[in-house]
Ligand binder design. Structure first.
Ligand code: CU
Length: 174
């Protein structure tokens, strides 16, 4: 039983590597997290030991406050500078007031740039991950995120050209 499980966990690893480890600030953290994920099942909320520099998808039940963010065609997030406390779970309530799609992706600036490069290589790539939300013009949406460690977490719109035009922001975790 245990052996089968180990093989299963490893066979899933490449998929995780594409889906999530690319978005981990530290590859080692990502690996540890996903091994634990495999061992412990699918309930992310129990993974108290697997803290990450950028945090993790939050449990809506733990949201301590909602932060509204506007995305616009000037390629700006408003506000673009946010402060949260370590351990805090925040609901971002995001509105796209522009005429073109925008998105908010949470991560380290290094992984965000890598992700932006992927999107340039595959225009129109459809992707949906727990650390991001894509909004069509006029749409609103929510993103629940738990910030684990003190430090800086970045976010950006990775639609080709938008990051480069300055559509970035940061969360200071204190
Ligand atoms: Cu954008």
């Amino acid at each position: 039983m245990k052996k089968t499980f180990t093989i299963l966990a490893f066979s899933l690893l490449p998929a995780f590597a594409i889906a999530a480890v690319d978005h981990s600030a530290h590859a080692m953290h990502g690996m540890q997290g996903h091994e634990m994920h495999g061992m412990q099942g699918h309930d992310m909320s129990t993974m108290t030991q697997a803290t990450s520099a950028v945090g993790q998808p939050g449990d809506p039940a733990n949201v301590s406050r909602t932060i509204e963010i506007i995305m616009d065609d000037n390629m700006r997030f408003t506000p673009s500078d946010i402060q949260v406390e370590a351990g805090e779970t925040v609901r971002f309530f995001i509105k796209n007031v522009g005429q073109v799609p925008h998105e908010m992706v949470i991560g380290s600036i290094e992984e965000l740039k890598a992700h932006a490069a992927e999107m340039l290589a595959a225009p129109g790539m459809e992707h949906e991950e727990p650390n991001m939300i894509t909004l069509q013009p006029g749409k609103v949406g929510g993103l629940v995120w738990q910030f684990d460690q003190p430090g800086k977490v970045d976010f950006a719109c990775l639609i080709p050209g938008h990051t480069e035009a300055g559509m970035v922001g940061k969360v200071e975790v204190i």
